[in-house]
Ligand binder design. Structure first.
Ligand SMILES: Cc1cc2nc3c(=O)[nH]c(=O)nc-3n(C[C@H](O)[C@H](O)[C@H](O)COP(=O)(O)OP(=O)(O)OC[C@H]3O[C@@H](n4cnc5c(N)ncnc54)[C@H](O)[C@@H]3O)c2cc1C
Length: 624
């Protein structure tokens, strides 16, 4: 089986009464492995290896090498191989994409499994306190990368975010410049119902509303609207609005970057070479500072691959920075402290930031609006879903997570400073008793489709805190030290506290009242010393139950040469190293106000366009 779920035996404290630690939980996970643990890509490959593959000749030398088959890497490999004369090697550390990724209602089940890097952050004394100062950071480790394990939401950010990048000295990255690259990938399936001037219909990536939207998800959007937020398309002209987020899906099944950009060409383009379970450990750079290949490990052996044109790093915000540093590109002092010979002293790993959020505001659903089902019903629904030819029902949605809004917390603000999303909670009473165990177990095994409580989450989308990523001093090849420094800057508390008051006000809306939904007024375990409803209580929640929103960026900052924190120029070339680019979410100089998957794909489209134009030009002029 390609997919292995979270290890419950390790995650459950001995004797825990939490339902995810019961024997039923093990039965449920075994069923998921049995139904969805395989990989359609693997099955196809076995067939094609037998029938057609001899056409492909692999000499270990390619025109381009792309490291990381995530949201960005898959787009890049697709675009480069449109030119049949260019051979491209795509290297992915994780396995082929397993079938389980296709079920939207099982998206949270992927966290903590073997297709998640399972990172954790370093303590700063101000955040994530209930979990020892360390927040969990899932990241996709499979073909499709985080686009294969994420919550499927298609959100672009505010136009002004891109204009700001351009104003910071990055020519070619204003909203006007990047919009065509958003449109290029997108195949919007509901173009008539949204702000159609801002959407594409011809791209590889299907985007559309889930066929199924839960009533609690509708409740949230209706409540936001009652509180004055207009219905609208926040990927269109006006961001301050509310709607169900459109998803990376078609007919109720996830379409990851791998499914959209690689699966359709995998066996057709003989100039595309893909190696999964191949982890790149070093970029090869000669004494003249030219990148000419990579070193990678596969099946316990080390290999070298050579690039005659460029090496493109798309390993994501954490691993791109780690790989650059392992290869001698990074802050001199840090690399020298680890005895890594410095090739280029650059601020790799700095400027790490994320949208910060927190857990613990619990909305209990009434019997009428609850989505809870019995164990037997859950088993039946998963089995039935597997058999359906045309998928329908709650598993074709992702619970309440897509009900979202962008909000200005003060009328004088020009742009939104908050975004809300919501998590499901299978059994809110159990969560209230032992949130940390439920977080590590229940939230990683139960479908997001079945729940009796909702955790609305407000996210600070203009974070001021900045952190940094360092290599692990005990083992530089191991998980890096992620000093994200959430709430390091106290100003990040302000929008979150305003968001709390906004969320509380939802209880008085008709949307909530008519469904009998209400806030649970019992304190979470680490904040029992404060009275529920006071500022002190919510400040405590924010600091104790801090969470990521999975939007980590910035460790490979793009910026003009004079910017001491920048390592990439506006064409995403690494300063001081030839034929090396970083093209993924890590390049964001400032995090956009929104989710980061669609932007990562846009960055890939924009970046690879620079690559293609440069090499077409060179080929024409110099007959390469
Ligand atoms: C749980 C979760 C939920 C999220 N929800 C949403 C959402 O709903 N909407 C949204 O817009 N965004 C969401 N995101 C964020 C979004 O998915 C990411 O920002 C986006 O995928 C980043 O793209 P990337 O190409 O930079 O990196 P990734 O997609 O993470 O890809 C990096 C790839 O590189 C591979 N790799 C890493 N190191 C190496 C190496 N050394 N050798 C070879 N391969 C390597 C990785 O295994 C991975 O496949 C979510 C993320 C997570 C984890």
């Amino acid at each position: 089986m390609v997919w292995q779920p979270v290890n419950l035996t390790a995650a459950c404290p001995p004797g825990s009464p939490v339902s995810a630690c019961s024997s039923f939980a093990h039965v449920f996970l075994s069923l998921l492995v049995q139904l969805y643990g395989g990989s359609s890509d693997q099955r196809k490959q076995q067939l094609c290896d037998r029938e057609a593959e001899p056409a492909r000749r692999d000499h270990g030398e390619y025109d381009f090498i792309v490291v990381g088959a995530g949201a960005a890497g898959c787009v890049i490999a697709n675009r480069l191989t449109e030119n049949p004369k260019w051979n491209v090697l795509l290297l992915e550390a994780g396995p082929k994409e397993p079938d389980i990724t296709s079920v939207p209602g099982l998206s949270t089940v992927l966290q903590g499994s073997n297709i998640d890097w399972q990172y954790t952050t370093e303590p700063n004394g101000k955040s994530c306190l209930a979990s020892g100062g360390r927040c969990g950071w899932p990241r996709g480790r499979t073909m499709g990368g985080s686009s294969s394990i994420n919550s499927l939401g298609y959100v672009r950010g505010n136009m002004a975010d891109y204009d700001r990048w351009a104003l910071m000295g990055n020519e070619g990255w204003s909203y006007r410049d990047v919009l065509p690259f958003f449109l290029k990938s997108e195949r919007n399936l509901n173009k008539d119902s949204i702000d159609s001037d801002y959407h594409g219909a011809m791209g590889e990536q299907p985007v559309g509303w889930f066929p199924h939207v839960d009533d609690p998800a509708n409740m949230l959007v209706e409540a936001y609207n009652e509180r004055g937020i207009p219905f609208g398309d926040f990927n269109g002209a006006e961001q301050v609005s509310t709607m169900q987020i459109q998803a990376f899906q078609v007919d109720g099944e996830r379409v990851s970057a791998n499914k959209a950009f690689i699966s359709p060409i995998r066996h057709k383009r003989t100039n595309l070479f893909i190696k999964s379970e191949a982890e790149v450990t070093k970029i090869l750079i000669d004494k003249n500072h030219n990148a000419y290949g990579v070193e990678y490990t596969k099946d316990g052996k080390t290999y070298k691959a050579h690039a005659t044109k460029e090496v493109i790093i798309s390993a994501g915000t954490i691993n791109s920075a780690k790989l650059l540093m392992l290869s001698g590109i990074g802050p001199r002092e840090h690399l020298e402290s680890l005895n890594i010979p410095v090739i280029k002293d650059l601020a790799v790993g700095e400027n790490l930031h994320d949208h910060v959020s927190f857990n613990g505001m619990i909305v209990a659903l009434s019997n009428y609006s609850s989505r809870a089902v019995s164990n037997e019903e859950m088993i039946c629904s998963v089995k039935e879903f597997h058999k359906m030819k045309t998928k329908k029902g709650p598993l074709t949605g992702n619970g309440p997570v897509m009900s979202s809004l962008f909000l200005k917390t003060e009328p004088h603000l020009t742009y939104a400073d908050l975004q809300n999303q919501a998590n499901h909670i299978r059994d809110w009473k159990e969560f209230l008793r032992d949130p940390l165990t439920v977080e590590k177990t229940g939230n990683r095994i139960w479908p997001s489709a079945y729940y009796d409580g909702v955790i609305p989450r407000t996210m600070d989308i203009v974070p001021k805190s900045r952190g940094k990523l360092l290599l692990n001093e005990d083992d530089p090849h191991g998980p890096p030290r992620l000093h994200v420094n959430y709430l390091g800057d106290d100003r990040d508390l302000i929008p979150l506290m305003k968001g709390v008051r906004f969320l509380l006000s939802l209880e008085n809306t008709e949307a909530f009242k008519s469904r009998g939904a209400y806030y649970v007024r019992e304190q979470m375990p680490h904040c029992k010393q404060h009275e529920w409803g006071t500022d002190e209580y919510f400040l405590c929640l924010i600091k104790q139950y801090t969470t990521t929103t999975h939007h980590q960026v910035g460790t490979g900052k793009m910026g003009p040469k004079w910017d001491k924190k920048a390592l990439l120029d506006n064409k995403l070339r690494v300063y001081g190293i030839k034929w090396l680019r970083v093209i993924d979410a890590s390049m964001m100089p400032v995090l956009i106000r929104g989710n980061t998957c669609a932007p990562a794909m846009m960055i890939a489209e924009r970046g690879v366009d620079f690559v293609i134009k440069e090499w077409q030009h060179r080929t024409n002029n110099y007959c390469f």
